[in-house]
Each structure stands twice: as structure tokens, then as C-alpha cells.
Ligand binder design. Structure first.
Ligand code: PEP
Ligand code: MN
Length: 347
């Protein structure tokens, strides 16, 4: 059997509902996406890890049985679902599920990943490993290595964003530098992006997908539902099959050769991502600064406090030394940022 996941110019597109809800729902999505030759695999969840109890937790094995009908009606469509326990893998094998993914709340746990890896050994099922919820590249790498050590070769990583103190308007902070570093450490490993769980809002799916393609991801996993507003899970981020087709039409696949050697191109794209990230952080910093200004005005405090400024500068100089950055450069940068903060607080 050829591998399901490979590094190629043509991205692997996986689409399907967050959760399997009824045979009609699954069949309706399968019918729409098989009409589009770009989509080769359908996703659906039957065991849903919910952050809080009481939500819809998936229909379990009965929903997996519907896979039989889909295989019969659409024999070329590959099927994948999330697994979190060894028993889930046995059932996926029984119902001929082609690929499984280990979710973000599971890939964070080395014991569980180890048990899943053993259950997957020799199963012939392809495996996707989502990034753990915490922004820790070692945990993500470790989960992938545990799957590899069980002799599984058809593997991909899925970037679905991270839980951070501030998610900057995303449901899960993308922190693009982490998947970029994963790609550097494991260049042979295909990496897919899940813009639905990063964005958490359907309006963000198109731009996040384009960003992923610009960074040479090998595919996308997009949540797609016939009636997103009434979906039992993740209703705000799911899109209809028609919206999916529009997004896929709009995506630009950039050619590596347009602007020079591929390494140069990739590194420039990394710089662009970092530059955009720096601006977003600066905007965040200025907002906090303005809020501090309001408090200072309310308490009749001076805007500029020399001891505080001394402390900020010393902190930054210490960090500059630790990071091997030029101290003069960091001093100038810090003064510039501080000056802008004062200007905003004066307003
Ligand atoms: C999902 O894919 O529906 C899911 C629960 O994803 P994650 O593990 O990324 O939260
Ligand atoms: Mn979901």
C-alpha cells in the first residue's frame, strides 16, 4: 500500500466534521468532498475529549460502524478519526479506518502515547500526531518518536496551535516557530495544518490555510459540516463543503523555484513569520502600556518613573547578554519601545 502521508508538491487535504453525528451527516459530507478531487480523506470524531464534562462526547463505536457504508459507497475516500485509548485502535482496525490521529490532549501524555504506539504496532493504520496543547516541542517530538519506535512508517504531524496565557485572538495560539523547528529537526516528516482548531472561527480558515501553504506544509485538515451552525461540537469553526471548495480555489500554491534556491525561500518565509509575530507582540505591549497610562492618570502618578525604567533596561541588557545579542542594539531598541510607550501614555 502506498503511504497516505508524503512530502509532495500537492498538499494532502483532509476534510470532515468535528464529530460524527448521524449516518446522513457523514454521507452528505462524503458525497460533497468526493466530488472534489483535491480532498482525499475524510475526518470525523467519535470519541471527543471535552475540556469540561457535560458536552457531547461523541457516539463511539456505533458511529464507527457508519464507516462501512462510506467505504462501500465511496471506495476511494480514505477515512480517519481520533483515538485516545488502545481499545479505540482495535475498533478502528475492525471498521477499516485508514488513519488515526492522536489529539492534542493525548499527545501531551507520554504514558498514553506509549500505550497507543504499542496498540498501533503492526496495525497497518497510518498515524497523525497533533501537537500537544502545551508549547513544548520536546513533547511533540517525543510523541512522534514513540510512534516511530513502534515500527510505524506512515506518519504525519498536525499543527493545531497551543494553549498559552494569551492566545492573541486565536482559539489556539499558532506559535509558527514551533512547527518550523519541528520541520528542521524532522525534515522527512510530512506536516499538516489544522486551521480550524487554530483559528476557532470560520473566518480565519482561509488565511491560516494560506499561511500554512506559504510555509510549505504538506497538507491541511479542515473541519467541514453540512450545517455548521447546528453542529454538536465546534460549530463556530466548521465550514460547509461549498465554503471549503471556495477556500481551496483561492489558495495559492507557491512554487519553490520562483525566487531562488529553496533554502533561501524557506528562510525568508521564516523571517516574515517572525517579523509578523514581533509586530503582534508590540501591539499587545502598547495596549497594556496605554492601560497602565490610564491607571497612572487616575491615581495622579507621574508617567515616567526612573527606578522602573532602570529596572526594565537592566533586565533587557541581562537578557541580551544571555541571548548573545549586541548590547548596544538592544539598548537602542528598548529605548525606542519605551519612548513610544511614554508617548502613548501622555495622550
Ligand atoms: C479535533 O480534531 O476535533 C480535536 C479535538 O482536535 P484537538 O486535539 O486538536 O483539540
Ligand atoms: Mn473539533
Amino acid at each position: 500500500m502506498p503511504k497516505l502521508f508524503a512530502i509532495s508538491d500537492k498538499p494532502t487535504i483532509i476534510a470532515g466534521p468535528c464529530s460524527a453525528e448521524s449516518p446522513q451527516q457523514l454521507l452528505s459530507v462524503a458525497e460533497s468532498i468526493t466530488r472534489d478531487s483535491r480532498v482525499t480523506m475524510m475526518r470525523f470524531g467519535v470519541w471527543k475529549p471535552r475540556t469540561r464534562p457535560g458536552g457531547f462526547e461523541g457516539l463511539g463505536e456505533p458511529a464507527l460502524q457508519w464507516a462501512d457504508d462510506i467505504h462501500r459507497i465511496h471506495p476511494t475516500l480514505r477515512l480517519c478519526c481520533e483515538v485516545a485509548r488502545p481499545e479505540h485502535i482495535e475498533l478502528c482496525q475492525q471498521y477499516r479506518i485508514d488513519a488515526v490521529w492522536i489529539g492534542a490532549r493525548t499527545s501531551v501524555n507520554p504514558f498514553l502515547v506509549g500505550e497507543l504506539a504499542e496498540a498501533l504496532r503492526g496495525s497497518g493504520i497510518a498515524v497523525m500526531v497533533k501537537n500537544p496543547i502545551t508549547p513544548d516541542i520536546a513533547l511533540w517530538l517525543g510523541a512522534i518518536e514513540r510512534i516511530q519506535q513502534a515500527g510505524i512508517q506512515d506518519i504525519a504531524a498536525i499543527h493545531r496551535g497551543f494553549s498559552t496565557y494569551n492566545n492573541f485572538g486565536y482559539r489556539n495560539n499558532p506559535l509558527w516557530e514551533i512547527p518550523i523547528e519541528l520541520k528542521r529537526r524532522m525534515p522527512e516528516l510530512p506536516i499538516l495544518c489544522d486551521p480550524s482548531h487554530i483559528g476557532g472561527r470560520r473566518e480565519l480558515v482561509a488565511s491560516l490555510s494560506q499561511m500554512a501553504l506559504d510555509l510549505h506544509y504538506d497538507g491541511l485538515m479542515i473541519e467541514c459540516h453540512p450545517d455548521p451552525d447546528n453542529a454538536l461540537t465546534d460549530s463556530q469553526q466548521q465550514i460547509t463543503p461549498a465554503e471549503l471548495a471556495t477556500i481551496l480555489d483561492s489558495l495559492k500554491l507557491r512554487s519553490l523555484n520562483e525566487t531562488g534556491p529553496s533554502d533561501l525561500q524557506r528562510m525568508r518565509e521564516q523571517l516574515d513569520v517572525i517579523d509578523a509575530e514581533m509586530l503582534r507582540l508590540l501591539a499587545q505591549r502598547m495596549k497594556i502600556s496605554r492601560d497602565i497610562g490610564t491607571i497612572k492618570h487616575a491615581h495622579n502618578m507621574p508617567i515616567f518613573q526612573p527606578h522602573r525604567w532602570k529596572q526594565v533596561l537592566e533586565q533587557q541588557m541581562q537578557a541580551a547578554r544571555e541571548l548573545g545579542l549586541d548590547e548596544e542594539f538592544v539598548r537602542e531598541l528598548t529605548e525606542k519601545i519605551h519612548g513610544e510607550s511614554l508617548r502613548l501614555q501622555k495622550k
